[in-house]
Design a protein around this ligand. Structure first.
Ligand SMILES: Cc1cc2nc3c(=O)[nH]c(=O)nc-3n(C[C@H](O)[C@H](O)[C@H](O)COP(=O)(O)O)c2cc1C
Length: 194
């Protein structure tokens, strides 16, 4: 049985468009794959703490000598294990002030760990997460043509840096103008995935 990891980051709960896209994605994944195990990480309900001067030593240098560092290391290992155990990942990603929600950035800052999720070799950086289909299910109030956007390129850069290069982006753009139309188009794109 395949394992799916869904990561929520919207603060809008049941009213969230990215959460609705995640529901559509899971429903379609069940059709594609049959019985699946779904693991859910909700970064809004259970925020990953921001790095601090104390915890950064645990995340980046592996120093685990205080309760705060031990907890930061424990959580980071749990998050990375979830990513590694998944066969496919879906990230629910709203656009807040032109970028990812702060909670998602805190998540990235915690899972990006030297020698655990990336390393520098002689030929440069190497991502250590096992590559797998990773869906970015995005929602935004406005419209963002690819050539003027920096959210998706950043996402592709940082996930690729960690080894997740197979990024598949589906966006519900313009929900402030035509929410149902944007949702319907994004859901159709989800339902077309194989
Ligand atoms: C704090 C905040 C900031 C936002 N900033 C933007 C923005 O910069 N650009 C945009 O197009 N929409 C923006 N929006 C609208 C959201 O992108 C839109 O409501 C989208 O549906 C959010 O995803 P969600 O429904 O999953 O939370 C913002 C919404 C919030 C709550």
């Amino acid at each position: 049985m395949k394992t799916l990891l869904i990561v929520r980051s919207s603060v809008n709960g049941a009213a969230s468009f990215s959460n609705r896209l995640l529901e559509a994605w899971v429903a379609h994944a069940r059709q594609r794959l049959g019985e699946v195990r779904v693991v859910e990480r909700d970064l809004a309900a259970h925020p990953v703490p921001l790095l601090t001067p104390e915890t950064v030593a645990a995340i980046r240098a592996g120093v685990v000598d205080t309760p705060a560092r031990i907890e930061a290391d424990r959580l980071a290992r749990e998050l990375v294990a979830e990513l590694q155990a998944a066969d496919e990942i879906a990230l629910g990603l709203p656009r807040y002030n032109f970028q990812a929600p702060a909670g998602f950035k805190a998540y990235i800052d915690t899972i990006a760990r030297p020698r655990i999720t990336f390393r520098y070799g002689e030929s440069g950086p190497e991502g250590l997460l096992t590559d797998k289909p990773t869906y970015a299910l995005m929602a935004s109030g406005g419209l963002y043509p690819a050539e003027s956007d920096h959210y998706v390129p950043w996402l592709r850069q940082v996930l690729g840096f960690l080894g997740l290069k197979d990024l598949r982006v589906i966006q519900a753009q313009g929900v402030a103008m035509d929410a149902e139309g944007a949702l319907a188009r994004a859901t159709a794109a989800i339902n077309a995935t194989t």
